[in-house]
Design a binder for this molecule. Structure first.
Ligand code: NAD
Length: 451
């Protein structure tokens, strides 16, 4: 605890010296972060292989590549984003002008989960740096190799008084949260998100909560069934389903269900072969606790594909469950593994009602070729973000913010939003001294008729 307090004190002292307010300084730090990641790329890939058996291609595409893209965007745009924004004032304020200044919050705590341990640590960190903050990063203890490699990278690139990695489990998190931060950026589960918000409230610290939940796919009767199945299979079984925006379940229009399941099975075989458990490229489940949780969700369900598992390898085959009812454990919690329940619906109103009766999803994926159906879903269902005719890829761009709504989270980041999230907008009205309109000053009595 004393060590943590000393670290925070050192960061506070460093921050108050004002170095991080300089835009060139921030750009230099982002460049250093980028080259350090590139230099340590092999080690990062090895760590991800050890933690989750991620194939190097998958690790590059979903972790290192995304962080690199985010840093590239920030380096290119930080100067523009940090400029004070000029605002026109209404005539009632005449003569005056307005400016919105973007100032850093100060000391930011970034807490990351284990499923994309590198991306979900370093992408928010880059945003916080671009906005001029000091950062304490707390990676997840469940991806220990990735956590260690990030600690090494950060330690050899930055002084701790500016950016530090604190490793450890729950006790360390609790200690961290007893301290006052100026901003907390948390990525993780809904239940821990609630704890974070409660702790942050004690210091009135603002938070971004990037949480999870059950993200549905809707496949309607006008969809390209084969391509829908292919893209759903890719998004679901990527990282063995341990993705916050993975399709959690599918609602398929009843007339096209059979064709959809057939195509889904065909693509799973094509992607992972006949024996996915021994496929070198197929990731494993993070630990035995999650492995057992997933097995219990599979129990007594109608398995139409997969279902085999290996405790020794901590792997579960890509699995499809055909459900007749949603009143079953697998539909009661976020699955976060390679099990895909498929349910049918008759009409789109029914599908929308089904989703709206549950917490607002982090993502929704609609497969359709009907503009009317697309319009109906966009108008009638609230969700964090998503895709039409694809899965997952909406978050792989710096052109749009990414985040949840309701129980799937609050706030967003990526691209411009990463800068905005870690900056306070300070609105300032500058009044001219050349003219002083007397109307607002007392005594008011004689002015009443003027209003
Ligand atoms: P988690 O909530 O268990 O852990 C996240 C972080 O919180 C870790 O650093 C962990 O050490 C810490 N933590 C755990 N329990 C804590 C407690 N009681 N007090 C304080 N800190 C605590 O989540 P996870 O299992 O690592 O990740 C899976 C969850 O994260 C899923 O729900 C998934 O949907 C969600 N997720 C969301 C996003 C997103 O961008 N929205 C991305 C990835 C994962």
């Amino acid at each position: 605890m004393e060590e943590m307090k000393a670290l925070l004190k050192a960061q506070r002292y460093f921050y108050e010296k004002g170095k991080t307010r300089d835009i060139d300084f921030r750009i230099r730090q982002l460049l250093r972060l980028k080259s350090s990641i590139i230099k340590n790329e092999e080690e990062i890939l090895k760590a991800l292989k050890k933690d989750l058996n991620k194939a190097p291609f998958e690790s590059y595409a979903t972790e290192i590549g995304m962080v690199a893209e985010e840093i590239r965007y920030l380096i290119k745009n930080v100067e523009r984003l940090a400029q004070p924004e000029k605002v026109k004032m209404p005539i009632t304020q005449f003569p005056a002008s307005g400016s919105i200044y973007k100032e850093p919050y100060g000391i930011v705590l970034v807490m990351a989960p284990w499923n994309y341990p590198v991306q979900l640590s370093l992408a928010p960190l880059a945003g916080a740096v671009a906005a001029g903050n000091c950062v304490i990063l707390k990676p997840s203890e469940y991806a220990p190799n990735s956590s260690a490699v990030m600690r090494k990278i950060i330690k050899e690139t930055f002084p701790e008084k500016y950016i530090a990695v604190v490793e450890g489990g729950m006790e360390v998190n609790k200690e961290l949260l007893q301290n006052k931060f100026d901003y907390i950026f948390f990525t993780g589960s809904v239940s821990v998100g609630k704890i974070i918000m409660e702790e942050a409230a004690k210091h009135l610290t603002p938070v971004t909560l990037e949480l999870g939940g059950k993200s549905p796919c809707i496949v309607d009767e006008t969809a390209d069934i084969s391509l829908s199945a292919k893209r759903i299979a890719w998004g679901k079984y990527l990282n063995a389903g341990q993705t916050c925006v993975a399709p959690d379940y599918v609602l398929v229009q009843k007339d096209v269900k059979e064709a959809f399941i057939k195509e889904l099975s065909r693509y799973v075989r094509k992607f992972y072969g006949k024996d996915p458990l021994n496929n070198e490229e197929y990731p494993r489940i993070v630990n035995e606790r999650h492995f057992d949780r997933l097995l219990s969700l599979m129990k007594e369900e109608n398995i139409s594909l997969g279902g085999k598992y290996s405790r020794q390898l901590l792997k579960i085959e890509p699995t499809v469950l055909e459900l007749n009812s949603s009143d079953t454990p697998v539909m009661k919690e976020e699955i976060f593994g390679p099990l895909l329940p498929v349910l049918t619906y008759e009409n789109l109103e029914e599908a929308a009602r089904f989703i709206n009766n549950r917490p607002k999803p982090l993502a929704l994926y609609l497969f359709t070729t009907s503009k009317d159906n697309e319009g109906f879903i966009m108008k009638n269902i609230s969700f964090g973000g998503g895709c039409v005719n694809d899965t997952i890829v909406h978050l792989a761009t710096t052109s749009m913010g990414f985040g949840g709504v309701g129980e799937s989270g609050m706030g967003s980041y990526h691209g411009k939003e990463s800068f905005t999230t870690f900056s306070h907008s300070k609105s300032v009205l500058r009044k001219s001294n050349l003219l002083d309109i007397p109307l607002r000053y007392p005594p008011y009595k004689k002015k009443i008729n003027l209003l």
